[in-house]
Write a protein that binds this ligand. Structure first.
Ligand code: NAD
Length: 353
């Protein structure tokens, strides 16, 4: 066995249908008395429900979370937390809302209690992102890792099917890249394979019945594992490409992950055979890249960058940006090959090495 380093990310996970009922207990365990509840404007009702459940322990609601954490909303939320004397942030929503909580925690050290309602996985990572002047910067800081996470599949029943599929593919991407990370380890590999299996198994069930609590539970369990992988090991080409495409061309986060993943896996396949074997096994298919491509396609997710708003004339610049900074990746970053990868992703043709 190869030598490895494993660092556990300390967080408390409470999982189960109806688990939100444990909120008061969990806030008490954190020792918090004045929680600021965060959400997007679209999920303000959920924030109000959480505040009601918290009663006197709710200091207020800030329902202005937005994609990629614009610095202006982070500053406003930080000011609001100070003004209210908040001693905890409760984030109910997807990665955008958790991200806002992280922006507050980065500044103040306030503990976060996260209640995820998508499969993005941010709640399991010490990674934060902030967007200033159109540029998204990310970093790692243990202070931003939520202390407690309540996973309640009931809260995901209303996630629209299209977003459900894209968000599940986003989760699978974390685990897939974790399997070939330069700092991978056997514990994380177990979580990654099981995470991919659980996510992929949930998709046909969710397509048949988006309100199936059983399937929602399976997807959320998979998302937890995949998010844990993202939080524990370094990501490679796929995540860097998605970061570039999302940041420079404003493409929607989960969808860009869905489109790029098969192509990034095909690019790396020859240099990461063990990872590919584990992904194939988790999906129950002979080829990892084709397997994730078909998984997205068969469940109605977008399979081309064209369909999600990428301009054709942006492909050269995207390839340039992607090849610019070198970082650990199974296969070296070659501009011409990356440009070809992006063209296939743009057209939505099947992945090729
Ligand atoms: P999101 O949080 O932006 O949510 C998208 C929309 O769906 C929002 O309007 C939200 O209110 C709504 N929504 C969320 N859950 C819902 C539900 N159950 N029912 C109905 N509507 C719901 O989307 P996301 O994909 O979860 O997160 C994307 C963001 O998270 C990106 O900015 C990405 O960079 C970040 N992210 C960060 C990390 C990390 O580790 N730091 C990890 C993954 C994603």
């Amino acid at each position: 066995m190869n030598p490895f380093v494993y660092v556990a990310q300390p967080s408390r996970v409470v999982f189960g249908a109806g688990a939100l009922r444990h909120l008061a207990r969990e806030i008490e365990l954190l020792g918090a008395k004045r929680a600021l509840v965060l959400s997007t404007p679209e999920q303000a009702d959920s924030a109000r429900r959480v505040a009601e459940m918290l009663g006197v322990r709710a200091a207020g609601i800030f329902a202005k979370a937005a994609m990629h954490v614009p610095i202006e909303s982070a500053r406003e939320a930080r000011d609001e937390a100070k003004r209210l004397g908040a001693d905890c942030a409760v984030a109910i929503g997807g990665g955008s809302t958790t991200g806002l909580g992280k922006a507050i925690a980065l500044d103040s050290g306030l503990p976060i209690l996260a209640i995820p309602t998508t499969y993005a996985g941010s709640e399991m990572t010490p990674i934060y992102g902030l967007t200033e002047g159109g540029l998204k910067k990310t970093g790692r800081d243990p202070r931003v890792l939520p202390k407690t996470v309540i996973y309640d599949p009931e809260l995901t029943l209303n996630l629209p099917l299209a977003m459900t599929v894209a968000s599940t593919m986003n989760a699978i991407a974390h685990a897939a890249e974790g399997l070939y990370a330069f700092d991978a380890n056997p514990v994380i590999a177990l979580m990654a394979e099981e995470g991919i299996r659980a996510c992929a198994a949930a998709l046909p069930q969710l397509k048949a019945d988006p309100k199936s609590l059983d399937a929602r539970g399976g997807a959320l369990y998979g998302a937890w594992l995949c998010g844990s992988v993202l939080g524990a090991v370094a990501m490679g080409l796929h995540h860097k490409l998605c970061h570039t495409l999302g940041g420079s061309f404003k493409l929607p986060h989960a969808e860009v992950h869905t489109v790029i993943l098969p192509h990034a896996l095909a690019y790396n396949a020859s240099q990461a055979p063990e990872a590919m074997a584990r992904i194939s096994r988790a999906l129950g298919v002979p080829d990892a890249a084709l397997g994730v491509f078909d998984l997205a396609r068969l469940h109605g997710a977008p399979t081309s960058l064209k369909a999600i708003g990428m301009p054709l004339e942006g492909l050269d610049r995207a390839a340039e940006l992607a090849a610019q900074d070198q970082y650990p990746n199974p296969r070296p970053l070659e501009r011409v090959a990356l440009r070809a990868l992006l063209q296939r992703a743009f057209d939505g043709t099947s992945p090729q090495p």
